[in-house]
Write a protein that binds this ligand. Structure first.
Ligand SMILES: [Zn+2]
Length: 522
């Protein structure tokens, strides 16, 4: 029996019996002496004995209770305030604890992995009697390991509740481990944390603003590094806006204008429908923004304008009209990549919209059948089978070609990009500027950034010039980000992990619990 209970140190097992479904282990301390917790003096003079019960990990699915006859000793130290003291068995009992340390560790581990009721159910299946609240208490009681001097830090924000409350995750970039979760993303909070944890030399972060201010006041000597991934992401957004602005260039010129093909009419109709969409978007945007400024709630606006909640929210949150037009345009492009297929099938004689929709759904189309019908309608009446005119790329495709590393373009992408650049001088300039920025970034030539920004000032499209204005507001950190080897990649990974852990916690995403799980669940 002793061999089955290797963790019962400092006691001898006197007997084991089953009582109902519980296994009860009787144990006696083996030591002669106890140590006074007050004065640290040893004593062998026994005052009394009493029974202590400890819950332990299950055996064969049966809960285990350890019954120990522990002693109360007289303290023999003359000036000690304690007359008597209760014996503790190192590694087994702790004052007031009703569980063995081994069981305590199992309960914490369950709580970390599966919080809430599901955790209590799992524990019960493992023969551990515990409630949801006990699990939560166990998680909250896990001590934090001491944060040692961290030379390179990464910080980023994450949503505690989506769209409302944000926190900050602090990552040790050398070990790539999260070391703290802060309850907001303000400059003061970051500054206070940095003052309490001195020694930081480099801080990687994304957004300027609050974090930049907090680092400046909390760790004034630290070098701030703007994250490359975010820089590239912002540049790609600027490129998408530029492509959207020049989307007329995406469509190749018709092969033969004297011979209007059915699909040619359809393309014309699509341009017209794009234009109508833009007009409608503009009208809705100003209506929603105006009602918002009068303090009307989203649901009231929805009722007034007969729009569904999702649409109202999208229009309410957009910072400018361009943003909405970009999304509308990319929505319209759901069908784009299937258009060549539709042309081919249509010209082969299949004019049944429902059937064609089924066929492209098989190929991955995720839009509605209404869109397909609307697209095919103008050509339904025509029966001539004509060669299909070339179809241009979607905004997303073109943005991808312009921002992808040239080595990662297929031959087909490459030739389509070349054709696009042949008909769009604006995109030629954009392509060159993006390529130069990519080189500065991958070769860590931050010193060349100033010249690049000057080039954008001179020839860049509006969206790129706006990107450059953003860089100038945070120039030191951006230059460091394009020069130093550090990157916020690991922080990004932890922000994603926090999202995952939070989803598992359902309504219980209190910051203290989330923090323990982020720091201790491995
Ligand atoms: Zn004492």
């Amino acid at each position: 029996m002793r061999a089955l209970l290797p963790h019962l140190v400092g006691v001898v097992v006197a007997g084991v019996r089953r009582v109902g479904s519980t296994i009860r282990v009787a144990a006696e301390p083996t030591g002669e002496r106890g140590r006074c917790p007050r004065c640290d003096g040893e004593s062998a003079r026994v005052h009394s004995r009493y029974r202590r019960q400890l819950s332990d990990t299950a055996i064969g699915g049966h809960p285990v209770t350890i019954d120990i006859r522990v002693r109360r000793f007289f303290c023999d130290t003359t000036d000690c305030a304690a007359k008597t003291f209760a014996e503790q068995i190192p590694g087994l009992t702790q004052p007031w604890a009703r569980r063995t340390p081994v069981l305590g560790a199992v309960i914490s581990a369950i709580g970390l992995a599966v919080a809430g009721r599901a955790g209590a159910r799992l524990a019960s299946r493992l023969g551990i009697r515990t409630g949801r609240d006990t699990l939560l208490r166990a998680v909250r009681a896990i001590p934090d390991s001491k944060v040692r001097d961290v030379r390179v830090l990464g910080i980023d924000d994450f949503a505690i509740r989506r769209g409302h409350i944000y926190g900050t995750v602090v990552v040790d970039m050398t070990t790539r481990t999260p070391i703290d979760l802060l309850g907001d993303r303000t400059a003061d909070t970051v500054a206070t944390w940095l003052k309490e944890h001195p020694g930081t030399e480099i801080v990687c972060r994304d957004r300027a603003g609050a974090y930049a201010d907090g680092i400046r006041s909390g760790a004034p000597d630290a070098v701030q590094v703007a994250d490359r991934w975010h820089l590239w992401h912002n540049l790609a957004e600027a490129v998408e806006k530029t492509v959207t602005r020049h989307r007329a260039d995406l469509r190749p010129p018709a092969l033969d204008t004297s011979d209007v093909s059915p699909m040619g009419q359809s393309a014309g109709a699509e341009v017209e429908s794009d234009r109508r969409l833009a007009v409608r978007t503009r009208e809705r945007y100003s209506a929603v923004q105006q009602l918002l400024s009068h303090g009307m709630s989203l649901s009231a606006i929805g009722r007034k304008l007969a729009l569904d909640r999702r649409t109202v929210r999208r229009f309410a949150r957009a910072t400018d009209l361009d943003e909405l037009l970009t999304t509308s345009a990319s929505r319209a492009s759901l069908l784009d990549e299937f258009k060549p297929y539709l042309h081919e099938r249509f010209n082969a004689g299949c004019t049944d919209a429902a059937r064609l929709t089924r066929e492209i759904v098989e190929l991955g189309y995720r839009g509605s059948d209404k869109t397909v019908r609307r697209y095919l309608q103008p050509v339904r009446a025509a029966h001539e089978q004509l060669p299909s005119p070339p179809v241009g790329p979607s905004i997303r495709q073109a943005t991808g070609w312009l921002t992808r590393h040239p080595a990662r373009l297929t031959d087909d992408d490459r030739s389509q990009l070349d054709a696009l650049l042949d008909r769009s001088p604006a995109l030629v300039t954009t392509h060159r500027l993006v390529h130069d920025f990519a080189e500065i970034m991958t070769e860590r030539r931050g010193s060349d950034l100033a010249a690049w920004m000057t080039a954008v000032d001179a020839d860049g499209e509006p969206a790129l010039r706006s990107f450059v204005r953003g860089l100038r507001r945070d120039l030191d950190a951006v230059t460091a980000g394009l020069t130093l080897p550090h990157s916020s990649g690991p922080v990004e990974g932890h922000v994603n992990r926090i999202k995952m852990l939070k989803r598992q916690m359902y309504g219980r995403a209190n910051l203290d619990l989330l923090r323990k799980r982020v720091l201790h669940a491995r």
